[in-house]
Every structure is written in C-alpha cells, then in structure tokens.
Write a protein of this length. Structure first.
Length: 95
C-alpha cells in the first residue's frame, strides 16, 4: 500500500481561495467518522460556488491546511494541475 501514493502539484491565485477557520467549524469537526455537519458545509460551498478553492484546517495534522477544489466554479479552469508524481511515504511514519 505504501507504494500507491501520488502527489499532484497544483497552482492557483490567492484571490481564488476562501479560508475557513477552525473557529467557524462545528464543535464535532474533528470526530470520526466524518460528521454530517462538516459535510454540509462542504456541500453548501460547492453548490454556492463562492470560490474555486476552499482552505480548511486539517483534522489529521494540527496547524496545517487542506485545500478543496470546486470544479463547478468558473475559475476552476484557471487552476494549473500538474502531472502526478510518485510520493514515497517514509515507513517511519507508520510506526
């Protein structure tokens, strides 16, 4: 399984990013399985097409962010999506 990971670089304008701060998320946003409260936020963002990119706090890595892309947004086609690259995961992370 460790050999199956890929990295796909992307580039986008800062102006295309909406930032969702952790303070704006429901209290259960870090629970597992994923709560419907956070799914609803993502669904609403996608349908409303408020931005091409949504920066959200990472549940797994504190103080980091994940980026969601909205292919339905008119500026999505401005996002440069690179070629996939092999992403070797350091086995020490699995200990």
């Amino acid at each position: 399984m460790l050999e199956a990971f890929s990295l796909i670089p992307i580039e986008f304008d800062d102006g295309d990013v909406e930032v969702l701060d952790a303070a704006a998320l429901p209290a259960d946003w870090r629970t597992h399985p994923v709560p419907t409260s956070t799914q609803n936020i993502g669904d609403r963002w996608t349908v409303e097409r408020r931005s091409a990119v949504l920066r959200i706090p990472s549940v797994i890595v504190a103080h980091e962010s994940n980026y969601l892309l909205n292919p339905g947004h008119p500026r999505f086609r401005k996002i440069a999506i690179g070629r996939p690259r092999r992403f070797p995961l350091d086995r020490r992370l699995m200990l």
